[in-house]
Design a protein around this ligand. Sequence first.
Ligand SMILES: [Zn+2]
Length: 337
Amino acid sequence: MKKSVVPRGKHFTFLVLPDGARPVLRFRVHAILLVLLPIIFVALMAIASTLYMLHDHARGQLDQLHSKLSTANETYSKQLAMKEGTIKQLQVELAQLAQQAESVEMRIEELNKLESDVKSLVGIPEEETGPAEPSEDGVGGEYVAIQDDELEELAHNTSTVLNSLDGEITDLKERLTSTKELAQKRLQTLRVTPTYWPTQSQRITSFFGVRMDPFSGEPGIHKGIDIAGHMGDPVFAAADGRVSDTGTMSERGNYVVVTHAMGLTTRYFHLSRIEVKTGDRIHQGVVIGKVGSSGRSTGPHLHFEVMKRGESVDPRPYLKMAIKGNSADVQVEKRQD
Ligand SMILES: [Zn+2]
């Protein structure tokens, strides 16, 4: 049988002998402690070493986690900043879209106004009065930042406005097409009706109807209107038509008769010169002769007559139908009577 290294129940005594007269120190230690101490030391070292390694490892992992967290934070911050930027941009675009919708609405109002002007110009009656005129004059006021809920409302309203604008534009297109057709018909009617002022001068010197005759001084019927003019001023055709008669007569002087649509005829008397011949097809506004004082006349003027199915009628209601402001085709009507 093997003998134990540590004798059972044995003790060791250690003496410390200090210098001088100080007393001797004695340490009595059990033998087993001498064996256990190195083992405990080694075990403690092992534990300490393991703990250190574990701590070191954990620290490494912690550093890694910190680093990852930091990277993730950075990424999220960037993404957040980008998203905030995008949201701001969208807010700006939404506000611009709302403004554009408003601007389109104004443009539609302007088009409505234009349509109304065109109708008024060619004498087409309005079906109903349009909304108030738009205005793009000065703007201003205090700046108040828009809130999220207001943005939602703005987005909703803008969407509604855009939908309604789509419908309005479709309606407007149909209306404008219809107005264009009406205007074309109306212009065509005006072209074949004696609405064009037949002279440069628009001063009437004698009206249609009963008057005192300038030669006899007796009451008589004046079948047209007399318009003042200078010798040689151009005389224009009051409507599209065909020259049905020209010639010279003692009372009419040099004259031209033009036949138009709808049973209408115009007659131009006292001319100094005739510029057309019987059978000519002529357009409204062309020169058919020159102002003169031929025939039964007291001075240069144009005697202008409109006949409807052979009966003389007052020319003024026809001349009043002329389009206002269209100097290219039809003279501006400036009445003095
Ligand atoms: Zn006359």
